[in-house]
Design a protein around this ligand. Structure first.
Ligand code: 1HE
Length: 262
């Protein structure tokens, strides 16, 4: 099932929804219409799939905000525009299923903010990352000051914004902004394999991972530990968990293997 010829493509591959930014001629720059289409695709994926992948058609993941639209906006519309990005990216970050981003080429400005709203980031060796807002006279507006700062730290984010430095995939991995680096051309396939694996997890556990972990990170230790106990107890009471635990005890489930073991 594929919708093509649109700003955002959507395909369901088994339990995985594959969502593609589809404005390669504009390096997948994000206009207001792209935000609407991306949000709709994320909501649809939450209903139909167990995991999602977000990628960019063509050689670049995403060149960020569509600067041609932004330059025309009056102040209050710009505020509301930024709030729309927040709503749409929240659907991804705190929706019902985990998302993996597959990054090739540019993940710049709002493109990096989009990647930061997904739960796993896979970059191939062509990927590069920058926050050129300083040189454009604007500021991050798609949730980056929260999400990117949490991923790589506010000091490194400030460095990127102040100096305009461009990071390659390996440097970004060292900084914690991506967790999987693969050879050129393999980001999408690798992201799909990870999403297929994630889709096999218990649905409730995946939901708790994406919704409880970031909230617990915002809490005091005391509140976080209390919330953890509640979530853990709820998870273990699901029929899914009980079946999976029986499967393990009755030797029907895969064991954890050491790296390199087959
Ligand atoms: C665009 C955009 C865009 C490309 N808005 N039109 N983002 C940026 O500051 C990044 C700006 N883009 C670039 O630096 C480069 O385009 C790339 C490094 C991403 C790719 O370079 P390249 O040589 O492959 O492509 P290009 O020739 O620069 O661009 C191809 C076309 O895409 C060209 O249009 P054309 O009509 O001349 O063919 C570009 O104008 C167009 N294009 N990027 C509009 N971003 C919620 S707040 C978020 C704040 C931000 O995201 S700030 C960062 C904005």
């Amino acid at each position: 099932m594929a919708d093509t010829g649109t700003l955002v493509t959507y395909e369901l591959h088994g339990a995985v929804a594959r969502i593609g930014l589809n404005r390669a001629a504009k390096r997948n720059a994000v206009s207001d219409a792209v935000i609407d289409a991306l949000e709709a695709a994320a909501i649809r994926a939450g209903r139909e799939a167990r995991a999602g992948v977000i990628f960019g058609h063509g050689p670049h993941f995403c060149a960020g905000l569509d600067l041609s639209e932004h330059s025309e906006k009056p102040l209050f519309e710009a505020v509301l525009g930024s709030r729309r990005w927040h709503e749409a990216f929240d659907r991804i970050e705190r929706g019902t299923i985990p998302f993996v981003s597959a990054i090739s080429g540019a993940a710049v400005g709002g493109g990096l903010e989009l990647a930061a709203s997904t739960h796993l980031r896979v970059a191939d060796s062509t990927a590069f990352f920058a926050l050129p807002e300083g040189s454009r006279g604007i500021f991050v507006g798609g949730g980056g000051s929260v999400r990117i700062a949490r991923l790589i730290g506010p000091a490194r984010m400030a460095d990127m914004m102040l100096t305009g430095r461009v990071l390659d995939a390996e440097d970004m991995e060292r900084w914690g902004g991506v967790t999987h680096v693969v050879p050129e051309g393999q980001a999408l396939d690798h992201a799909m394999r990870l999403a297929e694996r994630i889709a096999e997890n218990a649905q409730f556990t995946n939901y708790a991972i994406i919704n409880a972990l970031p909230r617990i990170a915002d809490m005091s230790s005391e509140d976080g530990l209390f919330t953890e106990s509640m979530v853990a107890s709820l998870a273990s009471m699901t029929e899914d968990a009980q079946q999976r635990l029986r499967d393990f005890l009755e030797k029907r489930a895969a064991r954890v293997k050491a790296p390199g073991d087959d």
